[in-house]
Design a binder for this molecule. Structure first.
Ligand SMILES: N[C@@H](CCC(=O)N[C@@H](CS)C(=O)NCC(=O)O)C(=O)O
Length: 219
């Protein structure tokens, strides 16, 4: 039995997608960011910071998406989706897992300020501008990398793409992607993957974004 603790359109999608790439199906336990279910004692016993994803598999429970990605790729090397110690791309693989979280931190901060804080703590335009610029900087770095290759690693698709690729579908709420054609083409390649499409069908409706784009207020 595999169980994924999941919030639709959140970082747990990375794992839903990776499992699909591996041909593994999971039972989903669904939560909402806003209804307090992630802060319940029962869930905190599984994921101490009350965050998704958490994955129950092989008789253990793992939290932190990068740790789950490493575990899955190391215990299931036959899928070729990780880069194990000794692989020439091992360091790059680990760097991309970390880079994905650097990028997600900017998105999370923007989500917090634009979607979840509101009155009586209005978002600071300076913070919003800064975080959008920081998100833009990660997209610019990615744009340069994708000039030379189709996937994050030159040898081909890997679980690093599931870690980072997920972020990109939240980025357009805060940064216009017109100036990043390589990133847009990369997103199209992702969307063409059958495993990605299956994962999206399982994901569930996102409940955060009510607009197509969030401008910096008074910015
Ligand atoms: N570094 C963690 C971050 C997990 C995380 O922050 N997940 C968000 C959803 S994208 C969450 O559970 N947020 C709930 C909250 O902040 O209360 C990971 O990669 O798993």
């Amino acid at each position: 039995m595999i169980r994924l603790h999941h919030v639709p359109f959140s970082r747990s999608f990375r794992i839903l997608w990776l499992l699909e790439e591996m041909g593994l199906s999971a039972d989903l336990t669904l939560y909402s960011i806003t209804d307090g279910s992630l802060r319940a004692g029962e869930f905190k016993a599984i994921s101490p910071a009350g965050r998704v994803p958490a994955l129950e598999i092989d008789g253990i429970t793992i939290y932190e998406s990068a740790a789950i990605v490493e575990y899955l790729t190391e215990t299931r090397p036959e899928h070729g989706l990780g880069r194990l110690p000794g692989d020439p791309e091992r360091v790059q693989f680990l760097e991309w897992l970390g880079f994905a979280e650097t990028q997600a931190a900017a998105l999370q901060s923007l989500n917090m300020h634009h979607l979840f804080m509101g009155d009586p703590t209005p978002a600071s335009p300076v913070t919003l501008k800064l975080e959008a610029a920081r998100l833009g900087a990660t997209l610019k770095a990615l744009e340069g990398k994708l000039d030379r290759q189709e996937w994050l690693l030159s040898s081909g698709f890997s679980a690093a793409d599931t870690m980072l690729g997920f972020n990109l579908f939240a980025a357009p709420y805060y940064v216009h992607l017109d100036r990043f054609p390589n990133v847009q083409a990369y997103m199209k390649r992702i969307e063409a993957r059958p495993a990605y499409q299956r994962a999206r069908a399982l994901d569930g409706e996102q409940e955060f974004y009510k607009k197509d784009f969030y401008e910096v207020p008074n910015g």
